[in-house]
Design a protein around this ligand. Structure first.
Ligand SMILES: [Fe+2]
Length: 442
């Protein structure tokens, strides 16, 4: 532990209505985020539908650590650390694929899909005390799955995934998944990737920002209105019936449901007078009953952040990967639904591309804002960022969530409250866990 880390006063840097600019620029704070947020808490890794068959794998990352998400020969999802137990070579180089074993290219050690060490080259030169059983690929100590969403925690101790998510988040995940009349997603359509030269938390905050769209995405909305007559700017002004919600534990959402209910927006696709629209609607009613089907389609998915790195946005899974204090990568996975007419999935892909794709009209606007933010932060006479919008006007809903108007900064405050909580937690827990790791993880 470096001495410099001890001195950061997070109470002073994150206040109820403002945060200090150094939370986006200080490399020491970034280091501590990696340790406390990413190497200790629950982090999203991938979706089970990405690896349907034994041997299917995806190379992922938890914080700085390279992790293989793989389906083993028993059909179980494993999260294996991508590090040969011999001399630490990465055993997996490919982003995705199907394999029967992982073989380290350096000295030829071979590992089964569940991590077991199954082959040691020239094993006769090891001492008699050497036991293969002790040198399987290390597993991420805790793995949790909800509706196919796979999360890992590098800490062997801590709250469960269930406690981390909480009921309101699980309900939103259900709305996202149950757009499929068989209750199953298909996350194999591919991925859009982008990077930007600014702090990772700009993308986290922006994903839940209902104040910016009418300005940042003015051109996109104007085009939509010209082409379709739909005036999306109605959703994102201070008189909108749309809401912001603090779901607890740093999770937050923009709640479009009141707006969709008023406009009939979410239902539009299913009630379209097309054979496929009708077929989709009927499949939904058959599975869920009319009332619930209506509720699911009106929600149209969700628009939610699951702290710290997962965002579910209507037709998309977004994963945020910090690289350095001022560099970030973002992965966008358009999500298909199982059990629907192909036209439904085609419409989802087109919707994804229109806003988020490389030639889309929206995502690039946000990236520009993040980099301008990082430039702005270099001017430091007044180092604070203001997050006071709607402060004191939130209401507590029956489900315990804290609710504000859609342009309020309820969501940003929710994120920072959790951030401060995690960053001020005692590091002793982590130190103990790390020193005991060899015994506990193997
Ligand atoms: Fe945006």
């Amino acid at each position: 532990m470096r001495a410099a880390r001890v001195g950061i006063d997070y109470e002073a840097l994150v206040q109820e209505d403002r945060v200090h600019g150094s939370v986006y620029t200080d490399p020491a704070i970034y280091e501590e985020e990696m340790e406390k947020i990413f190497h200790r808490g629950w982090v999203y890794v991938g979706h089970t539908s990405e690896i349907p068959h034994p041997g299917d794998f995806r190379l992922r990352q938890i914080g700085r650590q390279s992790v293989i998400m793989v389906r083993d020969s028993q059909g179980q999802v494993q999260l294996l650390l991508n590090r040969c137990t011999h001399r630490a070579n990465a055993v997996c180089q490919m982003e995705r694929g199907n394999v029967t074993v992982f073989r380290c290219a350096y000295h030829g050690w071979t590992f089964a899909l569940d991590g077991d060490l199954v082959g040691v080259t020239y094993a006769d030169r090891y001492p008699s005390s050497f036991r293969k059983e002790e040198y399987g690929l290390r597993k991420v100590p805790r793995i949790g799955v909800y509706r196919g969403f796979v999360f890992g925690s590098l800490s062997p101790v801590g709250i469960t995934l269930d406690e981390h998510l909480g009921q309101p988040v699980k309900e939103q995940i259900d709305l996202f998944v149950d757009l499929s009349p068989v209750g199953e997603l298909d996350v194999t359509a591919g991925v859009h990737k982008y990077g930007y030269r600014a702090n990772w938390k700009f993308q986290v905050e922006n994903s839940m920002d209902g104040y910016h769209p009418n300005f940042t995405h003015q051109t996109f909305f104007a085009n939509i209105q010209r082409r379709t007559g739909v005036k999306l700017t109605d959703l994102f002004n201070s008189r909108s019936v749309g809401l912001t919600r603090d779901l607890g534990n740093g999770h937050a959402m923009l709640d479009f449901r009141p707006y969709n209910r008023a406009k009939g927006t979410g239902l539009r696709v299913a009630t379209m007078p097309t054979p496929w629209g009708q077929a989709y609607w009927e499949a939904m009613v058959n599975r869920y009953g009319k009332e619930r089907a209506q509720e699911i389609l009106t929600a149209g998915g969700t628009h939610m952040l699951i702290f710290p790195n997962l965002v579910l946005l209507g037709v998309q899974i977004r994963v945020i990967r910090p690289i350095r204090v001022d560099e970030t990568e973002v992965f966008l996975y358009p999500v298909l639904l199982q059990g629907v007419p192909p036209e439904v999935n085609a419409a989802r892909l087109r919707a994804h591309e229109a806003f988020y794709g490389p030639a889309g009209g929206g995502a690039t606007d946000d990236l520009e804002m993040f980099e301008r933010n990082q430039i702005g932060l270099s001017a430091q006479l007044d180092p604070w960022l203001l997050l006071a919008r709607g402060l004191g006007q939130e209401k507590r809903d029956a489900d315990g969530t804290l609710v504000g108007q859609i342009t309020d900064e309820v969501t940003q405050r929710a994120i920072w409250r959790q951030w401060k909580k995690v960053m001020t937690q005692d590091v002793a827990v982590r130190r103990r866990a790390r020193h005991g790791a060899a015994q506990q993880v193997g």
